[in-house]
Design a protein. Structure first.
Length: 251
């Protein structure tokens, strides 16, 4: 094996070389470049490839094993044990409402909360109701391929709460339930930002505290421009991506 990866470690960086190698190999495993069950390079191969000592290579492989990404067996070698989903779910900004309904049908839902509460800013502002007006709050965790993909907290006006019950919310996207209740969905606005998982969210999404999180705040309007839903959704970025198609203004 040639030293083709030697320029991918920075010997002037404070981060130890073994951890730099670990991070690169971890990314290759998580993104599927190194598939489940595939053989990892040996200590000797890593040493030659990255231009480091075998002790450094051994520590990188040990860190992968400690994080349950690989399994090391004497006389058998090191093999990938992490199974990444075939493809992350992709949400389109140009077809937001339709893709959200489709996305809901691909996943499973666990209901955490379902209750009427007095709305406070910024929720009351988003739904254009007076502070302390009763609204329905629904908190859920959505799963994809036996992994938690998102934590969602949704708010709808109290007059639409009759369309929402635990059984329906487990099997039907909330936007579909609103449509079944007679709401004509018109448009949505959303803001996308980055965040870090706190202890509660990390536990719900099965990630480490401080892991990067994709945060989406969305308000859905009916055809009369009345807010009918406000959602704060927090996604694992390894399992959910947002796609935006850009077009030339001259087209």
């Amino acid at each position: 094996m040639s030293k083709r990866n030697e320029d991918q470690v920075d010997r002037l960086q404070a981060m130890p070389l073994y951890h730099q190698i670990f991070l690169q190999l971890r990314e290759e495993i998580i993104n599927g470049s190194r598939a489940f069950g595939s053989r990892m390079p040996t200590e000797e191969e890593l040493s030659e490839s990255f231009g480091v000592s075998r002790i450094t290579a051994r520590r990188a492989l040990a860190e992968l094993a400690d994080t349950h990404l690989v399994e090391r067996k004497r006389r058998v070698g090191t093999h990938v044990t992490y199974q990444s989903p075939a493809k992350p779910i992709e949400g389109s900004l140009e077809q937001a409402l339709e893709s959200l309904i489709t996305y809901g049908r691909k996943t499973q839902v666990r209901i955490l909360e379902l209750e009427l509460i007095p709305a406070r800013p910024p929720i009351s502002d988003a739904l254009k109701v007076a502070p302390d007006t009763q609204v329905l709050r629904v908190a859920r965790v959505r799963w994809l391929d036996n992994q938690p993909i998102s934590h969602l907290v949704s708010y709808v006006p109290a007059e639409l709460s009759g369309a929402m019950d635990r059984a329906a919310l487990k099997t039907t996207p909330m936007l579909s339930l609103l449509e079944q209740a007679g709401v004509q969905i018109g448009a949505a606005t959303q803001t996308i930002s980055a965040s870090l998982a706190d202890g509660t969210l990390a536990n719900l999404l099965e990630v480490d505290i401080g892991s990067p999180i994709l945060r989406v705040s969305r308000t859905v309007f009916d055809t009369a421009d009345r807010p009918v839903q406000h959602v704060l959704a927090q996604f694992r970025p390894d399992l959910y991506q947002i796609k935006l198609d850009l077009h030339s203004a001259r087209a």
